[in-house]
Ligand binder design. Structure first.
Ligand code: NDP
Length: 248
């Protein structure tokens, strides 16, 4: 197991759910965290908690990952003490709609594609070159079981996660010959704010989908990400699918 002490870890979507849980696990291991999301108040609250509990340093980036110029300038203008990024966790993502494709809302499609695919691409594009130059690094992409199997109304969200799977595999190929590692972590249902967002506050619909399933916790997923990033440097865990026991 390798030590994460003082490693610089970027976590997108750190203001809730899986991203916040990752921040806690990596903080506990002594990493230095760059926390990314649009809701700065949430990031500030998390950073305050982490610095009190673990005495670690954090750097907050209020950023919309789907804004390419903002991503580029934020990464370029990181202070020197924060620029040598060791681990990138591309976690920011969302689901909108759940409508039949032929009745769907193009604004929902664009938001999912812009965040889940383009946002992940932009962060990767601006951070990985530094990893290659320094000869070390690890990219962890949050895919989903939705990238492997579709469900009714999941059309575009599933497509974005299938894209994440392809991008992770492609990036791994592109980085062959370097020590940079690439992992796709693909969970089934996780109990986060995502589930409420997914149903636009339609609790009845959400309840039906989750019926009979004890969802994963964000900590379950963070635990797997931590495992993947702490293996010996010659070990690359390409893909992990983790599911609730009772989810088909
Ligand atoms: P949450 O809704 O709890 O968290 C999503 C995070 O993404 C928030 O921190 C949000 O921050 C951030 N985010 C969304 N859009 C943007 C944006 N444009 N720019 C920057 N940050 C953004 O959901 P989860 O923790 O569950 O989701 C994390 C990842 O896990 C997602 O990629 C999701 O697809 C994936 N996943 C989730 C599953 C689940 O069942 N929950 C199952 C499988 C995969 P803010 O709004 O402050 O910007």
């Amino acid at each position: 197991m390798i030590s994460l002490k003082n490693q610089i870890v970027v976590i997108t979507g750190a203001s809730s759910g899986i991203g916040s849980a990752c921040a806690r696990v990596f903080a506990g291991a002594g990493a230095k965290l760059i926390l990314v999301a649009r809701r700065l108040d949430r990031l500030q609250q998390l950073a305050d908690e982490l610095s009190k509990e673990f005495s670690i340093e954090t750097y907050l980036l209020q950023l919309d990952v789907s804004d390419r110029h903002a991503v580029e300038s934020s990464i370029i203008s990181l202070p020197p003490a924060w620029s040598a990024i060791d681990i990138l966790i591309n976690n920011a993502g969302l689901s909108r709609g759940l409508d039949k494709l032929h009745e769907g809302d193009w604004q929902n499609w664009e938001e999912m594609i812009d965040t889940n695919i383009k946002g992940l691409l932009y962060l990767t594009r601006y951070i990985v070159p530094g990893m290659v130059t320094r000869g070390r690094g690890h990219v962890v992409n949050l895919g989903s079981i939705a990238g492997h199997q579709t469900y009714p109304g999941g059309n575009v969200y599933c497509a974005t996660k299938a894209a994440v799977k392809a991008i992770s595999e492609g990036l791994k190929q592109d980085l062959l010959g370097t020590p940079i590692r690439v992992t796709s972590v693909d969970p089934g249902m996780v109990e986060t704010e995502f589930s409420e967002v997914r149903f636009h506050g339609d609790r009845e619909r959400a309840k039906k989908v989750y019926q009979g399933v004890q969802p994963l916790t964000p900590e379950d997923v963070a635990d797997v990400i931590f495992f993947c990033t702490t293996r010996s440097p010659h070990v690359n865990i390409n893909e992990v699918i983790l599911m609730p026991v009772d989810q088909a």
